[in-house]
Ligand binder design. Structure first.
Ligand SMILES: [Fe+2]
Ligand SMILES: [Fe+2]
Length: 211
């Protein structure tokens, strides 16, 4: 069997759908590598900054890594702007949709809202509401998104920063996207992890200043 027998989904039988499910599983296993390839595409988007979009993403992830953030945070920082490629007007929601089945709820929420939270830094210059974040004041992850933007997003446009290459983060991306989707032990609804961990930071200290 090389293709299904049907031309309309409603005519498919058990054999057809078992065949398709096997294909889907095989294709889904390549998600991490497709995302890593897409990150390279980010290099071409949004010129005008002192760093490319890929450079910005790598810098955000490097800052997260150096702060002792856990793998969910690091991968979320790396991918937070991946939506720029196909969804320039809701890039935050697009990125969140990609990571949501694989990371803590906290991280997916922060990535989804980071666009609104970032406005506090430049909204007044572009005729947008700098205080759009205020609508989320009551959310349990409000402070996490404030911190994410302040420390890793708005700060990561510095061409002098010792940013790590994509290859450094690739194993982390592969690990996260190899997880069982929507695993409650991963999603950990309503649980917060700090953006920094002194213990993790110390264990990474020897790697934090690449030459
Ligand atoms: Fe963004
Ligand atoms: Fe960003």
């Amino acid at each position: 069997m090389e293709t299904v027998k049907f031309t309309q989904m409603k005519d498919g039988d058990h054999e057809d759908y078992a065949f398709l499910t096997a294909h889907e599983i095989e294709y889904a296993a390549g998600t991490a590598d497709r995302l890593l390839a897409a990150m390279v595409e980010l290099d071409k988007s949004l010129s005008g900054y002192k760093v490319t979009r890929l450079g910005h993403s790598l810098q955000a992830a490097t800052r997260a890594w150096n702060a002792g953030a856990d793998i969910d945070w690091v991968v979320s920082a790396l991918l937070h702007d991946i939506g720029d490629i196909y969804a320039p007007y809701n890039h935050d929601e697009y990125a969140a949709a990609i990571i949501r089945p694989f990371v803590r709820e906290q991280c997916a929420w922060v990535v989804e809202k980071h666009g609104d939270f970032q406005l506090v830094y430049y909204g007044e210059h572009v005729g947008a509401n700098p205080h759009k974040r205020d609508a989320f004041r009551d959310n349990a992850y409000f402070d996490d998104c404030v911190e994410f933007c302040e420390r890793w997003d708005q700060a990561s446009f510095d061409p002098e920063y010792a940013t790590r290459p994509l290859e450094f983060f690739a194993p982390m991306v592969r690990e996260v996207f190899a997880r069982r989707t929507y695993d409650p032990a991963i999603i950990r609804t309503a649980q917060r992890e700090p953006l920094s961990s002194v213990a993790l930071q110390a264990s990474r200290a020897e790697f934090s200043h690449p030459s």
